[in-house]
Ligand binder design. Structure first.
Ligand SMILES: Nc1ncnc2c1ncn2[C@@H]1O[C@H](COP(=O)(O)OP(=O)(O)OP(=O)(O)O)[C@@H](O)[C@H]1O
Ligand SMILES: [Mg+2]
Length: 390
């Protein structure tokens, strides 16, 4: 217990020292909850805090008492945030990133002039692919984080990451995006648009043949839109790549930290171990694990006869005329049910041990017990502080 407290309070000092904390982990383990609880804790310690969430379930908005949470930053009721807090100056702001809107902002920033922005945003091909281009969404999320960091308005920024099967895709997003746009097929379309006179002549006889066949299915208008799109996109690609490199460099700064949220289920542990390897390989500053929804170990220090005797003597039972045998049977049932919980707790101990070993001596490991209820309001989020931060 002493060491657990020490470890937790180390997370408290990390929270106060780092500017950006990114919560990653597999689906449903408690990333959004942990991000919200950490953000609230920072605000309650006097920090001007922003939590950026990608939470389509809108659980965070409900938990923070915000009726709607969208792409604009909103402040959480100060009275709620500061109730019983150590500091009365902190603030908590939240936004739910709209990834399509974030990607449009990236285009706005890098296009050569406002007319080019309008052309790209109005292009039907852009509308189709900006939501599905490999890595585009993750790229946009990280670009937004980069903006917030550069603005310098926040003491602390906590980032929640999306519930994807590939939760660390954002690490590859800039590369994937560049590769997608730089691919030979796309280059071919770009040349098509860049040609003078009859644009189809530039792609050669075979190309022209393919295009004619293709346009029968999708229409020549679509082929033209595609060409225009990739030419315009080519212009902003330089800005994109530079931005991606800057963002990647930002994520490696010591003022950033990654918290890996896991649960003790075998699948979640396997994924957490895999994520940990990837973070380390990508040289991202790893803070530690938050193991959420752990079954607590609560050993019963009594045997069946002692429990049966306590039951029989209990004022609520004594007046009911319950026999000693019934009390013994009830005690046996309780004992067996508790044994099942102890088995789960024991399995969780093994899982936590695996993560501990992977993290090594320097990584933090904090356990949060499986709670009876969902964590869906500010009071419950504040309640998590004592497990997360000690
Ligand atoms: N320690 C806990 N005990 C009980 N319930 C919890 C605990 N932590 C989180 N929950 C609940 O588990 C559910 C999932 O939590 P959360 O939304 O934070 O997970 P997530 O990792 O963000 O999920 P997703 O991958 O879908 O975004 C929520 O209903 C939340 O209230
Ligand atoms: Mg979530």
């Amino acid at each position: 217990m002493v060491s657990a407290m020490r470890v937790s309070s180390r997370l408290a000092s990390v929270l106060l020292e780092r500017r950006i904390i990114v919560c990653v982990g597999s689906g449903g383990v408690g990333k959004t909850t942990t991000a919200a609880a950490l953000a609230l804790a920072a605000a309650r310690r006097g920090k001007r805090t922003l939590v950026i969430t990608i939470d389509p379930a809108k659980r965070l908005a409900n938990s923070l008492g915000l009726r709607q949470l969208g792409h604009t930053v909103q402040e959480v009721d100060r009275a709620l945030v500061r109730k019983g807090a150590a500091s009365a100056t902190g603030e908590l702001h939240a936004m739910m990133l709209d990834q399509k809107q974030a990607f449009d902002e990236v285009v706005q920033r890098h296009a050569k002039d406002p007319a080019a922005v309008s052309r790209i945003l109005a292009n039907p091909v852009y509308a189709q692919i900006s939501g599905s281009l490999a890595g585009a969404q993750e790229y946009a999320a990280m670009a937004k984080l980069h903006d917030f960091d550069r603005e310098g308005n926040w003491d602390t920024i906590i980032v929640d990451t999306p519930p994807t099967a590939h939760a660390l895709d954002f690490l590859d997003a800039p590369r994937k995006l560049s590769e997608a746009i730089d691919s030979p097929a796309i280059d071919w379309f770009r040349k098509l648009q860049g040609g003078s006179g009859s644009s189809w002549s530039i792609v050669g006889k075979t190309g022209a043949f393919v295009l004619k066949r293709l346009s029968k299915f999708v229409g020549s208008r679509f082929i033209d839109d595609l060409g225009v799109f990739f030419t315009e996109f080519n212009d902003i690609l330089g800005g994109f790549k530079q931005r991606a490199e800057e963002t990647f460099a930002l994520l490696r700064q010591p003022r950033v930290g990654f918290v890996l949220v896991a649960s003790p289920e075998p699948m979640a542990v396997r994924e957490a171990l895999f994520f940990h390897e990837r973070l380390v390989a990508a040289q991202m500053p790893f803070i530690g694990f938050v193991v959420n929804k752990v079954h607590p170990t609560l050993p019963i220090r009594a045997d069946v006869p002692a429990i049966a005797a306590a039951l029989a003597a209990h004022p609520g039972v004594a007046g009911l005329g319950v026999s000693g045998t019934t009390c013994t049977m009830a005690a046996q049932a309780l004992f067996a049910a508790h044994g099942d919980i102890e088995t789960l707790a024991e399995a969780d101990r093994v899982a936590v041990g695996q993560l501990h070993k992977a993290g090594g001596a320097t990584a933090l490991l904090v356990e949060v017990p499986l709670l009876r209820d969902d964590v869906h309001d500010v009071d419950r989020l504040v309640g998590l502080e004592r497990y997360l931060l000690g």
